[in-house]
Design a protein around this ligand. Structure first.
Ligand SMILES: Nc1nc2c(ncn2[C@@H]2O[C@H](COP(=O)(O)OP(=O)(O)OP(=O)(O)O)[C@@H](O)[C@H]2O)c(=O)[nH]1
Ligand SMILES: [Mg+2]
Length: 498
C-alpha cells in the first residue's frame, strides 16, 4: 500500500515538475530529507508546494545573463536636391548611438528571478536625408536587489572588430592625442602592450611566409581572397552610394571619427567589471551602447572628399555576467527548521513572515527592519532552516548562507525545549564553517527560543549556561517575552563591529 502511494505521489509530482509548478531542488530535497529527518507527512510537501506558488515560485539569488548595449544607427548617404541645385551638397544624417544598460540597486527588489537571461538596450535610429540625425536609443535601467554582486565571467567575442586593422593602422601620436582628449591614461599603455604583442606575432608570421616558396597561382589566389574579404568587410562597415568609386584612404582608421575609433578600442581592450551594489540607489554602467555611424557629409569633409559613403553604426557592448545576491543585513538568523526564526523576526521587526509548525516554512531569505529609535535601525535576515548535512545539499542546502555571509552579527536561533539543544548549535556552527571558515568568527549570541515550554527549557538552560562560550538569552518569540533584551544585545554587538 505504501509502495503504491509513493508511486502515485511521484507520478503526480512529475506532472507538477513538468508544468514548472515546483522547484525540483526544493521539492525533492524536501521530500527525501524532510521525511527522513522529521517524519513529515505528505501534507508538508503540499504545503511547500503552495508556499512556492504563493511566492510566485520564482525566487532566485544566482543568475548568469548576457547583457548588450543597443546598436548604433547607420549613417545615411544623401544629397540635397532642389530645382535650381540638381547636384547639391551631401546631407546624410548621422545614426543615433545605442542605449546604455545600467544596473540600479533597489531595496524593493528581493530576487534576481525577473531579470531576463538576455538583456539588450534599444538601438539608435538610422540617419536620414536632409541632415536628419537618428535618435539615440533609450538607456535601459535594470533594478536589482540591494546586495547584488555583478561579475563578468567570460570575454565576449566581437567578430566585427576583425574588419578594423586596430593594431597596424595607428601611429603612437594619433593614439596619444586621442587619449589626452579623453583623459584615459591607461588606454595608451594597454594599447602599447597589445601592439607590441601583435608586432611580435606578425613578425613571426612574416618570417614563416617568406620561408615558403609560393607558386604564382597560390599568390594570385591569396590576392583574390584578400580582395574578396576586404570587399565583404567594407560593405559591413559602410553604406555605399550605388556604383560609385570610393577613395581607399577613407577607410583608414585615422580618417574615421574619434568617438567611433575610441569605441572600437574600448571593445577590443574590454576590462572585465565587478560591482557590489550594496546600497539603495547605487548605479553601475554595465554596457555602453554602440556608436552611431556618420553620414556622408563627414566623408565629404575629408581631404579625399568621399561623398558617396557613410558609416554603419556599431554593435553595442556585450558582457556575460554572473549575478549573485548576497543580502546585506546587520544580523543574520541561523537556525534549524522550526526553531522559531520567523516567529522571532515577526515579533521584533516590520516583517510578516509565514510561520507554521513544520520545517522549511521559510523558503526564501528576506530582511526585516527593527526600529530602535527615530533615526536608528538594525536589519535582520531570516533564511531557510539549516540541517545536518546541508553542505551536501540536504534539506534546502546551504547556499542560503550567502545571505548571512555579510551580516555583522550572527544570532543562532535554537529551540531550547528540545533535548540537548546545544547539539543543534554545534551542527549549525559546523555547517557554517563548511560554507566559509571565517563566518563563525563573527560576534554571535544564542536566541534560546521557546523558553515558555518550561518543562524542558528551564533545565536545559541551567545546564547550558554552565559551559557555553557564547551568550545565551532565553526568550519566547511566540509570547513576545524577553525579545527586547535580545534587540538591545544585538544593537551593542552590531555597534561593536563598526
Ligand atoms: N511555544 C513556542 N512556540 C514557538 C515559539 N516560537 C515559534 N514557535 C512555534 O514554532 C513553530 C515554527 O516557527 P517558525 O517561526 O515558522 O520557525 P522557523 O525557524 O522560521 O522554521 P523554518 O522557516 O521552517 O526554518 C511555529 O508553530 C511557531 O508557532 C516560542 O517561543 N514558543
Ligand atoms: Mg521560517
Amino acid at each position: 500500500m505504501f509502495f503504491l502511494l509513493n508511486i502515485t505521489r511521484s507520478a503526480h509530482s512529475h506532472v507538477l515538475l513538468k508544468q514548472n509548478k515546483l522547484n525540483p531542488r526544493v521539492f525533492f530535497s524536501s521530500l527525501l530529507e524532510n521525511q527522513e529527518n522529521y517524519n513529515v507527512e505528505s501534507q508538508h510537501v503540499n504545503q511547500i508546494r503552495s508556499n512556492w506558488k504563493l511566492r510566485g515560485g520564482n525566487f532566485s539569488d544566482f543568475r548568469r545573463i548576457t547583457v548588450k548595449g543597443g546598436a548604433g544607427g547607420n549613417g545615411c548617404v544623401s544629397f540635397a536636391k532642389e530645382i535650381h541645385l540638381p547636384q547639391g551638397p551631401p546631407n546624410g544624417g548621422n545614426g543615433g548611438s545605442g542605449g546604455n544598460v545600467y544596473f540600479i540597486a533597489d531595496i524593493n527588489e528581493s530576487s534576481l528571478a525577473k531579470i531576463s537571461s538576455n538583456v539588450t538596450a534599444e538601438s539608435g535610429k538610422n540617419g536620414k536625408g536632409k541632415d536628419l540625425h537618428g535618435h539615440k536609443g533609450k538607456d535601459l535601467f535594470i533594478t536589482v536587489p540591494v546586495g547584488t554582486v555583478v561579475r563578468e565571467i567570460q570575454k565576449p567575442v566581437y567578430d566585427f572588430l576583425e574588419l578594423y586593422d586596430l593594431d597596424e593602422k595607428f601611429d603612437k601620436k594619433t593614439v596619444a592625442q586621442r587619449n589626452s582628449d579623453n583623459n584615459q591614461p591607461e588606454f595608451l599603455s594597454q594599447y602599447e602592450e597589445i601592439k607590441k604583442y601583435h608586432n611580435e606575432e606578425s613578425g613571426k608570421q612574416r618570417f614563416q611566409t617568406k620561408s615558403k616558396n609560393k607558386s604564382a597561382l597560390d599568390l594570385l589566389y591569396e590576392q583574390t581572397e584578400l580582395e574578396r574579404k576586404l570587399k565583404n568587410g567594407l560593405s559591413d562597415m559602410y553604406s555605399f552610394y550605388p556604383s560609385k568609386d570610393i577613395h581607399e584612404e577613407s577607410f583608414d582608421l585615422k580618417n574615421l571619427p574619434h568617438e567611433y575609433v575610441d569605441y572600437l578600442f574600448k571593445l577590443k581592450n574590454q576590462i572585465p567589471i565587478e560591482y557590489d551594489l550594496n546600497t539603495h540607489g547605487q548605479q553601475a554602467l554595465v554596457c555602453m551602447g554602440g556608436t552611431g555611424g556618420n553620414g556622408n557629409p563627414f566623408f565629404a569633409s575629408l581631404p579625399s572628399k568621399s561623398t558617396y559613403i557613410a558609416l554603419k553604426g556599431l554593435a553595442g557592448q556585450k558582457r556575460i555576467l554572473e549575478l549573485e545576491l548576497k543580502s546585506v543585513a546587520d544580523v543574520g538568523l541561523v537556525g534549524m527548521p522550526n526553531a522559531g526564526k520567523s516567529t522571532f523576526i515577526g515579533a521584533v521587526s516590520n516583517a510578516h513572515p509565514r510561520i507554521a509548525p513544520y520545517p522549511f516554512t521559510t523558503l526564501n531569505p528576506y530582511i526585516g527592519t527593527v526600529d530602535l529609535d527615530k533615526s536608528n535601525q538594525i536589519t535582520i535576515a531570516d533564511i531557510p532552516g539549516i540541517i545536518k548535512g546541508a553542505h551536501m545539499n540536504k534539506g534546502l542546502g546551504h547556499s542560503f548562507l550567502r545571505h548571512v555571509e555579510r551580516s555583522k552579527v550572527l544570532a543562532y536561533v535554537i529551540d531550547l525545549s528540545k533535548p540537548n539543544p546545544w547539539d543543534d548549535l554545534a551542527i549549525l556552527q559546523s555547517e557554517l564553517e563548511l560554507y566559509d571558515k571565517s563566518i563563525t568568527k563573527k560576534p554571535a549570541l544564542v536566541i534560546a527560543n521557546k523558553a515558555d515550554l518550561h518543562d524542558t527549557a528551564k533545565s536545559n538552560y541551567e545546564t547550558w549556561i554552565k559551559f557555553s562560550t557564547i551568550p545565551i538569552v532565553p526568550v519566547s518569540s511566540k509570547e513576545v517575552k524577553n525579545v527586547k533584551k535580545i534587540i538591545r544585545i544585538l544593537e551593542k554587538l552590531v555597534n561593536s563591529t563598526k
